[in-house]
Write a protein that binds this ligand. Structure first.
Ligand SMILES: C[S@@+](CC[C@H](N)C(=O)[O-])C[C@H]1O[C@@H](n2cnc3c(N)ncnc32)[C@H](O)[C@@H]1O
Length: 237
């Protein structure tokens, strides 16, 4: 269903959040043209707002999503890979894990991803991690509906997000897509499992990977997503 991504969450909706990341990189690293690695780049919508300022490299698990990003960000080096495991033979000034951080389901996933980030940062480089929700702000039972249209396709989306078992670190979002194309209507239902961790878990596991950590609020995007941004400064490793 990757083809729906540019329709239901178009690149222009990422400009506000991207400006926050640009400001933080300039604040922490100065105004040079830094190198940036985005892990879990998806369709590259966020990245499309960063390529003018930074020398970017992108990773995603899904070849279909990565192909969307390659189309949108043609000058960027793209790699299919898992952010928990990938090893590129290169270090960067900054690593970004935007909303893809939400797809990390266990403490071990977090630890492995932070180890990947640490391996790909030069000493003093920064890691920015922006999960959609943290335990402290999670709105159990949240229902959100929106619609978008583009290129003759109309899509209505309803998302229902619940935490079936508060004793584990996973929650479920069920998306119902009503898609109208060429006068024909189809309905697709897709359930995503995402991770939910307390602020203290994010912070302490980042610290365990060698980062000094700072927490800042991230302004909500148009869908109301947006909670906290974890900024880690890499030590000399
Ligand atoms: C919501 S999309 C990201 C959208 C992106 N922020 C954008 O601007 O288009 C989440 C992405 O995370 C990717 N992902 C999930 N788990 C991953 C992992 N372990 N390693 C790499 N990518 C992962 C998925 O394939 C998906 O493309």
């Amino acid at each position: 269903m990757a083809y729906l991504w540019p329709i239901i969450s178009p690149p222009e909706e990422y400009g506000g959040e991207a400006a926050v990341f640009v400001d933080i990189i300039y604040e922490k690293l100065g105004r040079g043209r830094c190198t940036l690695l985005e892990l879990g780049v998806g369709g590259g919508h966020m990245l499309s707002h960063l390529t003018a300022d930074f020398e970017c490299t992108a990773v995603d698990l899904s070849p279909d999503m990565l192909a969307l990003s390659q189309g949108l960000n043609p000058g960027v080096e793209h790699h299919v890979g898992d952010m928990r495991k990938i090893r590129l033979d290169q270090t960067f000034d900054a690593v970004l894990v935007h909303d893809a951080a939400s797809y990390l389901l266990t403490g071990q996933d977090l630890q492995e991803t932070f180890a990947t980030a640490a391996r790909h940062l030069r000493p003093g480089g920064i890691l920015m991690v922006a999960p959609d929700w943290v335990q402290e702000t999670f709105p159990d039972g949240w229902v959100y509906a929106w619609d978008r249209q583009q290129g003759g396709i109309e899509v209505k989306i309803e998302e229902v997000m619940v935490d079936p078992d508060p004793s584990d670190t996973q929650v479920e979002s069920t998306y119902t897509y009503t898609i109208k194309k060429d006068g024909k209507v189809t309905v697709e239902v897709d359930t995503h499992l995402t991770g939910l961790f307390a602020i203290n878990t994010w912070t302490s596991l980042m610290e365990g990977a060698g980062f000094s950590v700072e927490l800042r609020p991230l302004p909500p995007n148009e869908g109301g997503y947006g909670s906290w941004l974890f900024i880690g400064v890499a030590g000399a490793n």
